[in-house]
Design a protein around this ligand. Structure first.
Ligand SMILES: Cc1ncc(COP(=O)(O)O)c(C=O)c1O
Length: 323
């Protein structure tokens, strides 16, 4: 098969993926959207913001959407391998157990031990290796052990599954002016943006938000090709070493711009959300951080959607954030 390109993603394909995600035996939730005005969250700009609570999604993040579509479109009984220290690994393990497939997660040895234990509890093998060896170990699993790689952000079926989130947004706000999405490798941003634009919302501006220390998509936009960099951020899910090739292509086509936030702004956002009763992890809070720090252009009087993409954070980690 040809390497997937942005042209492969059509509205019909996304509608099909949405059906798959909605009917998935993994129990993916149509997560609530709540008006910002009905929360105790502070806001200096006067606009109408809706917050999509993907932190309440099954497995605690949006990743299960893409995983549901990936597994549905791969042969049953396969032996899959992936590379993830975080939310993708958790959704992958959950799906592997559910579908009875063999799975392995290759993880940086810097990842919390608790994450390996959780993934192993789903019957999935974990190999912890130095960050510099991650790719080599995955390649070995594919070449020598005949495993199939499931990519955590650069995969057509995954992106099409994530697009279901964009479609749900349009059911509540049919033509948003602005949609703000956290961006790591870019799979979520690409899926949401494609869903919204291909549904005919030509005027909607979709922004991705990245940490300053992990601005791979931002740099890719500047250099006009997907780039790699050494990344560092409190939001580890937003800090893969490269922007995905297919996500980059789709974001170029459908995204208005990439906004950067600092780790301090992300930490403050986690605390603000927590005080308002919303448990959101750093990687899930970047879009919110960009809004409260007034970094999104031309929001006054507009209909804005902010996606809180994940809530996997424990109370020990929360204790390190400002009051
Ligand atoms: C909570 C959360 N939000 C956003 C992202 C970014 O997703 P993507 O890599 O598809 O850009 C991640 C990635 O792990 C995540 O865990």
């Amino acid at each position: 098969m040809d390497e997937a390109s942005a042209d492969f993603i059509t509205l019909d394909m996304l509608r099909e993926a949405r059906k798959t995600v909605r009917n998935s035996p993994l129990g993916v939730i149509n997560t609530p959207m709540i008006p910002w005005s009905q929360t105790t969250l502070p806001l200096s700009v006067s606009c109408n913001i809706q917050i999509k609570l993907e932190n309440l999604q099954r497995t605690g993040s949006f990743k299960i959407r893409g995983v549901a579509n990936q597994f549905a479109r791969r042969p049953k009984g396969g032996h899959f391998v992936t590379l993830s220290a975080g939310n993708y690994g958790k959704s992958f393990a959950y799906a592997s157990k559910h579908f009875g497939s063999k799975g392995k997660v290759v993880m940086p040895e810097t990842a919390p031990e608790s994450r390996s234990i959780l993934i192993q509890s789903f019957g999935v093998e974990v190999e912890r290796v130095p960050t510099s060896c991650l790719i080599n170990v995955v390649n070995r699993c594919v070449q020598d052990d005949n495993m199939t790689l499931l990519h955590s952000y650069d995969d057509l079926d995954l992106i099409a599954g994530h697009a279901s989130l964009g479609m749900e947004v349009l059911e509540v706000v049919p033509e948003p002016d602005v949609v703000v999405v956290c961006c790591g490798g870019g799979g979520l941003l690409a899926g949401v943006a494609a869903a919204i634009k291909l549904s005919g919302c030509d005027k909607t501006r979709i922004y991705g938000v990245e940490p300053e220390g992990a601005c791979t998509m931002y740099k890719s936009f500047t250099e006009k090709k997907p780039v790699r960099m050494d990344t560092k951020s409190i939001a580890s899910g937003l800090a893969p070493p490269s922007a995905g090739r297919l996500p980059y292509e789709l974001c170029q086509r459908y995204v208005a711009g990439i906004i950067l936030v600092s780790d301090e702004e992300i930490k403050a956002a986690v605390s603000t959300l927590y005080r308002a009763g919303l448990v959101v992890e750093p990687s899930g809070s970047a879009a919110f951080a960009a809004i409260v720090n007034d970094k999104i252009p031309d929001m006054e009087g507009k209909n804005v959607v902010c996606i809180l993409s994940g809530g996997n954070i424990g109370k020990d980690e929360l204790a390190h954030f400002p009051d």
